[in-house]
Design a protein around this ligand. Sequence first.
Ligand code: SAH
Length: 345
Amino acid sequence: MEKKDIASYSFEELKMEMERIGEKAFRAKQIYEWLHKKLVDDFSEMSNLSKTLREKLDAEYEIRKVEMVTRQISKMDGTNKFLFCLNDGNMVESVLMKYKHGNSVCISSQVGCRMGCRFCASTLDGLERNLTPSEMLRQIYQIQKISGERVSNIVIMGTGEPLDNYDNFLKFIHMISDEHGLNISQRNITASTCGIVPNIRRLAEEKLQITLALSLHGSNQEKRKSLMPVANKYHLPEVLEACDYYFEKTGRRITFEYSLVHGVNDTKEDAAELIEILKSRNCHLNLIPVNPIKERDYQKPDKKSAENFKNKLEKNGINVTIRREMGSDIDGACGQLRRKSMQGV
Ligand code: SAH
């Protein structure tokens, strides 16, 4: 029988599970803290539990491993990129970025992705499977342990679409911000979505304090559709309405992401349309010069035209930044490292 993934139980679930196996509820607190605060890898390290209990746990449960395969450190900005191997041999990648205000980790939410965005390396081979809550959590735990750095911010912007793995993603958010675990403030967490409308609305009802980032990439329905197949299903106006609803329910300002692709979505007309969409909204716009992947012929605009694009928006009162490129010497773009390793190059 396959052992149960103990680190995917929320605190409440672990309490019920301990009761079910005839243990006192306070054991759940101890075990949860070993797993999610002290970040141990093995039941044998849980020194305030009896040997009998440790053996009992070991027989029925496992602490699923997320093992480091490679770690690349950027010479340009100190960004660390990790490739991790999961229980079943699948690989995921995560990134540690060091900023003045603290350390930020970018995690993956799925193995592969089925959303098909044209410029993205993570989606080229489709979706393999969802990540469990423990596999999302452990990317962060491992990075904290390996680097010795405390993680203060989390972005769910690695491989995968978090709202296509809704239940596990939601549980992950509750567990990473649980006071019995790393207790990372939800205000320091950003989740990025390509725009799965019903799940944006569901998320708005969860009363979370996380920031939602919406991948826009096109300033009208047609253009967005040409870059993002998901736009066939959820049209731009309803995506924007769902974002407004999220803001209304949570009071959290939306971040819009816009990958600048030379000659595709970086023209004057694009800027003008973007202004129309964003000017009435209390939001932030993040411009990301596209990171070219070899399977597609998309190029980034030069620095000057990216600046011009930004200035046009700024002049019209849009709150906008160009995302600083980090780790571009270490396959920084989504899914590039995992892909390289799968292809053995
Ligand atoms: N599935 C989520 C998370 C994806 S990654 C989403 O779609 O939002 C986070 C951001 O990086 C998204 O906005 C995504 O569109 C963008 N992205 C992916 N590949 C990129 C590339 N090669 N260059 C620039 N941005 C990219």
